[in-house]
Design a protein around this ligand. Structure first.
Ligand code: C5P
Length: 229
């Protein structure tokens, strides 16, 4: 198989008042349904593994069964940290997969076009992440609040998912990470630590991550605007 997708959806959604953000209703359907829809419509993904928690597994399984799709969708059990959830997804996909595309269930505004851009980019570089310029000035601060340094904004980007990697590189990065795996907040970080070159490609400012109730409201607005365009 050329491209398999992993959709980590096993988070707890604490900043959404205990509501599960991947199942939060958005434009009349669960956020996760929008992600699966975009992956299928991209026509470049051959299999999808959704990583669920114990708490949302039944709801996610029935959502996946109700999707009209020709792409096989499996549901697997996640771990306590995001990196463990994605690794469980990679195990389910298996080593016959050439490229692994990871996309957060919490980013429902992803488009088929962005997914195709990601798959294009990985064929050139082997490890790629979607990125957008940062608009804020970013400061590194100490625990007591004192500013340590202000990096030059032109050298900074904010990364999103999709992130796509050669399966063999991701697997080797897991092997080298050992116990430090759990500290990775994205998969690119693991590949970087293992010494693999990771490249950015243009992300989409609308591809926001649902973290707070404000993000949900913005996502509703953006979806409504897309529908009326
Ligand atoms: O918590 P965060 O915003 O980083 O979560 C990003 C994505 O990773 C979400 O879609 C969430 O459901 C998923 N996740 C997971 N397993 C965890 C933690 C987060 O699949 N243990």
């Amino acid at each position: 198989m050329k491209v398999g997708a992993i959709v980590p959806a096993a988070g707890r959604g604490e900043r959404l008042g205990g509501r599960d953000k991947v199942l939060a209703p958005l434009g009349g359907r669960p956020a996760l349904a929008w992600v699966l829809d975009a992956l299928v419509r991209s026509e470049v993904v051959e299999a999808i593994v959704v990583v669920a928690s114990e708490a949302n597994r039944t709801a996610i399984e029935s959502l996946c069964r109700s999707l009209p799709t020709t792409v096989p969708v499996a549901v697997t059990r996640g771990g306590a940290e995001r990196a463990l959830s994605v690794r469980a997804g990679a195990e389910t996909l298996g080593a016959a997969t050439k490229f692994v595309l990871v996309h957060d269930a919490a980013r429902p505004l992803v488009t088929p076009e962005l997914i195709r851009r990601a798959v294009d980019a990985v064929q050139r570089h082997g490890a790629v992440v979607a990125a957008v310029p940062v608009v804020d000035t970013i400061k590194q601060v100490a625990l007591d609040g004192r500013v340590v340094t202000t990096p030059d904004r032109r050298s900074l980007v904010a990364v999103q998912t999709p992130q796509v990697f050669r399966f063999d590189w991701l697997w080797e990065a897991y092997r080298r990470a050992g116990a430090s795996l759990v500290t990775a907040t994205d998969e690119a970080m693991l590949l970087e630590r293992a010494g693999f070159p990771v490249y950015v490609f243009p992300g989409d400012p609308e591809n926001l991550k649902i973290t707070t109730p404000l993000d949900l409201a913005v996502a509703e607005f953006l979806l409504a605007r897309r529908r009326s365009a």
